[in-house]
Design a binder for this molecule. Structure first.
Ligand SMILES: O=C(O)C1=C[C@@H](OP(=O)(O)O)[C@@H](O)[C@H](O)C1
Ligand SMILES: C=C(OP(=O)(O)O)C(=O)O
Length: 431
């Protein structure tokens, strides 16, 4: 399905943004490993998260969704699934589930996914898990068979920073009493640490000179609880980007997760001159939520060093679009990881910006973008089956001189079902 976006005045109003994807995967997996019931509100009902829900159900865990869209899991010992566990398009589902199965003695499962996921590296999780004693049949790519085992300990240096790798190790470590720690010279998102604490796991985080060290403590038993998930800052980035680049716009997202390890995009936007207001900050389930409002204002170019990327790794397509409309030359460094996401995002960003008449270049793993207030657009974008590329270029189309079309839009449902509706309600001309 193709979609197109065209400038048609300001976007204004309250954007409905669904629950955070990272927290949703973790709530399902950790809830399924806990004793007793876990009730989850605000769960993201997107393709990626539903793949995790189906996977968990295939291990024999009871999952129900009630009329209020609350999900209840009855955690407990996992069985073995009747067939391959299909993680669809989701790297987080695959890598976290591999960690979970690896630490369950006697369980065996084959994990697979769609063609994009089958091309993404898995050695980053299987190698450290093998050092803990985990057993795999397969290579660096899915499908992989995981044979659960009684694991030993590990002290893993998380480089390059990856929350999926850290989480796989911590989740695998729940099944052992051996020492398990992850050392992060540069911090990655810490939702696993926070949620494990909420579920009663003994977990220590030490911020030292060498970075963060996360250590599992003696009591690693999880107890079911109530989990409430805030709006996803990676999805909110698109309506809020529209507010930042379309003259006259004013968009509000309520209850957004503003965990500082996720808000890099918003910090850079603010440095670029965006008018961002945070109100109603509160702590829910150990995570900080706030209402976030952006009003249009002219942007200037930015400089972003590599150490800041983990806090905005999924927002680089959105940031690149902001840079296209910002006055001057922007430089974003340390983007090697973008090559192994749902698509080669660095390649897709450059190709898309160039097609829209924006001067941009990749130099090693850095991105240079020469921005101006007026962008041509008038382009047809190859999304390479990547949801974030599709959404970023549709938003570009809302502020460009000519329309922007994307070749495939179905994949938007992996992270942001309702994106088109949400944008149309703000007055955006997307369809
Ligand atoms: O742990 C997570 O939920 C995620 C971690 C990031 O991946 P890496 O761990 O590969 O950096 C991010 O890109 C992904 O969308 C979600
Ligand atoms: C990279 C992403 O997700 P995952 O790694 O879970 O596929 C993303 O949502 O941008």
């Amino acid at each position: 399905m193709k979609l197109a976006a065209e400038a048609d005045g300001a976007v204004r109003g309250e954007a409905a943004v669904p629950g955070d994807k990272s927290c949703s995967h973790r709530a399902l997996i950790l809830g399924a490993m806990a004793d007793g019931a876990t009730r989850i509100t605000g769960l993201l009902e997107s393709e990626d998260v539903l793949a995790t829900a189906r996977a968990i159900a295939s291990f024999g865990i009871a999952i129900d969704r009630d009329g209020d869209r609350a999900w209840t899991l009855r955690g407990g010992p996992w069985g073995s699934p009747p067939g391959p566990v299909d993680c669809g398009n989701s790297g987080t589902a695959a890598r976290l589930l591999i960690g979970a199965i690896a630490g369950m003695e006697g369980r065996r499962a084959t994990v697979t996914g769609d063609s994009s996921l089958r091309s993404r590296p898995m050695g980053r999780v299987t190698l450290p898990l093998e050092r803990m004693g985990a057993r795999f049949i397969g290579s660096d790519r899915l499908p992989l068979t995981v044979e659960g085992a009684r694991l030993g300990g590990i002290a893993h240096r998380n480089e390059p920073p990856s929350a999926q790798v850290k989480s796989a190790i911590l989740i695998a470590g729940l099944g052992t009493s051996a020492p398990v720690s992850v050392i992060e010279p540069v911090a990655s998102r810490d939702h696993s640490e926070i949620m494990l604490g909420e579920l009663g796991c003994d977990i220590m985080v030490d911020e030292g000179k060498a970075g963060r060290t996360i250590t599992l403590g003696r009591s690693r038993k999880l107890q079911g609880c109530e989990l409430a998930i805030g709006a996803d800052p990676s999805s909110a980035a698109f309506p809020l980007l529209a507010a930042a680049i379309v003259p006259g716009s004013d968009v509000l997202v309520r209850g957004m997760l503003v965990n500082p390890l996720r808000t890099g995009f918003y910090e850079v936007l603010e440095e670029m001159g965006a008018d961002i207001e945070l109100t109603n900050e509160r702590i829910v389930g150990g995570e900080i939520l706030a209402d976030v409002r952006i009003r249009h204002q002219a942007l200037r170019a930015c400089q972003v060093g590599a150490a800041r990327i983990p806090a905005m790794v999924d927002e680089i397509p959105a940031l690149a679009v902001a840079c296209a409309f910002a006055d001057g030359e922007s430089l974003i460094e340390g983007l090697a990881e973008l090559r192994v996401k749902e698509s080669d995002r660095l390649g897709a960003i450059i190709a898309g910006l160039t097609a829209c008449g924006v001067v941009a270049a990749v130099d090693g793993d850095s991105l240079r973008i020469f921005g101006r207030a007026s962008v041509r657009g008038n382009a047809s974008i190859l999304t390479r089956g990547d949801h974030r590329i599709a959404m970023a270029f549709l938003v570009l189309g809302l502020a460009a001189q000519g329309p922007v079309e994307v070749d495939e839009a179905e994949m938007i449902g992996t992270s942001f079902p309702g994106f088109v509706d949400t944008m149309q309600r703000l007055g955006a001309n997307i369809g």
